[in-house]
Design a protein around this ligand. Structure first.
Ligand code: NAD
Ligand code: TYD
Length: 354
């Protein structure tokens, strides 16, 4: 069986659902169920004997020891994190706690567990750390895309805390021989993403007829990957990745933010027309994010060359599926756009102005 931390969040829950759709190997999800973790994401697994949800903090060493001792996993897949850049700007301490101290605690619990395994089970064990392309910093318009050997230059409290966690994972391999793998992926989108990130935020706001807040000039560039493609990349790296290596994962799909928002508006005009007019009338430029990285781009040749992985979805197929999912799941959206969510919108957008 495998342990998945952060399995009630966006990517983690997509990973758990995909895993159990194609395998009978049981999963234990370890999740603190912060604002970003949602039991509803795993609701379809209620009563499924292959899945167990443990509500626990990855910073809690005794709880991590108990999970590993009780369930005896062959792998720990580490998704749990504070993941939103804007939240890291307004309140960095939770990022240091979960992303740095939590990863450290999980590494130590995993090392103690792994050290006591038989030689055969030690050799088969994997600690797979899920990280981000943001650790590499920001690119100019003509710079080559990020390769795995690029120096780390994180610019936000979020990316700095993820960079720190990547370094810890690397050191636990180098020093203690813990069998680790790291993936650094670009921006994900798809079903079950909390509507604080660009794509679901714009869909939810456009549906309510609210302004669509584009930071700065809208020309910051991200590479976008449909979430199930990230999940398949992680399965490949887990199965066949070389120990101690990092693998960049991306969609070969760089786009400026304004183009993403215009595409969402166009598809909503087609799939859920608003009698008041095109959704693009709602686009509003607002004050930029401090320290906003200009461009991310992923060179995903290594994972293709070594593991034969390429994304299955194009942006056109993925964004359409994503919008269709949000339109079909408005009850999921309304359950999480609660008081606390509205407070977040006030904190982050209240003082930006036009
Ligand atoms: P998310 O915010 O949707 O989910 C994070 C999950 O971790 C939530 O379920 C939350 O409850 C849980 N969690 C938070 N703190 C915890 C703690 N102390 N103990 C236990 N559980 C805790 O994030 P996501 O977008 O699904 O990202 C998952 C991972 O992938 C993160 O490590 C993130 O850095 C990485 N990543 C995300 C993206 C992206 O575009 N979303 C891209 C590349 C990498
Ligand atoms: P986001 O989804 O927060 O991911 P990240 O910052 O980790 O890349 O943001 C994606 C891009 O969209 C980023 O350049 C910031 C921009 N953005 C907006 O323009 N408006 C918004 O309201 C949000 C949340 C993001």
């Amino acid at each position: 069986m495998i342990v998945v931390t952060g399995g009630a969040g966006f990517i983690g829950s997509n990973f758990v659902l995909d895993w159990l759709a194609s395998s009978d190997e049981p999963v234990v999800t370890v999740d603190l169920l912060t604002y970003a973790g949602n039991r509803d994401n795993l609701k379809s697994l209620d009563g499924d004997p292959r899945h167990t949800l443990v509500q626990a903090d990855i910073c809690d060493r005794a709880a991590m020891d108990r999970v590993l001792a009780e369930h005896q996993p062959r792998a720990v897949l580490h998704f749990a994190a504070e993941s939103h850049v804007d939240r890291s700007i307004l309140g960095p301490s939770a990022f240091i706690k979960t992303n740095v101290e939590g990863t450290f605690t999980l590494l130590e619990a995993s090392r103690a567990y792994w050290s006591a395994l038989s030689a055969e089970r030690q050799a088969a064990f994997r600690f797979l750390h899920v990280s981000t392309d943001e650790v590499y910093g920001s690119l100019g318009p003509q710079d080559p895309a990020f390769v795995e050997t690029r120096a780390y230059e994180p610019n936000s409290p979020y990316s700095a805390s993820k960079a720190a966690s990547d370094h810890l994972v690397r050191a636990w391999h180098h020093t203690y021989d813990l069998p680790v793998l790291t993936t650094n992926c670009s921006n994900n989108y798809g079903p079950l993403q909390f509507p604080e990130k660009l794509i679901p935020l714009m869909i939810v706001k456009a549906r309510s007829g609210d302004p669509l807040p584009v930071y700065g000039d809208g020309m910051n560039v991200r590479d976008w990957l449909y979430v199930t493609d990230h999940c398949s990349a992680i399965r490949e790296v887990l199965a066949r990745g070389r120990l101690g290596e990092t693998y960049n994962v991306g969609g070969w799909n760089e786009k400026p933010n304004i183009e993403i928002v215009q595409t969402i508006c166009r598809l909503l005009d087609e799939l859920a027309p608003d009698p008041k007019g095109s959704h693009s009338r709602l686009i509003t430029y607002v004050k930029d994010r401090p320290g906003h990285d200009r461009r991310y781009a992923i060179d995903a040749h290594k994972i293709e060359r070594e593991l034969g992985w390429r994304p299955a979805e194009t942006f056109e197929t993925g964004i359409r599926k994503t919008i269709e999912w949000y339109l079909a799941n408005e009850a999921w959206v309304s359950r999480i756009t609660s008081g606390a969510y509205r407070d977040w919108l006030d904190d982050n957008y209240g003082k930006r102005g036009n």
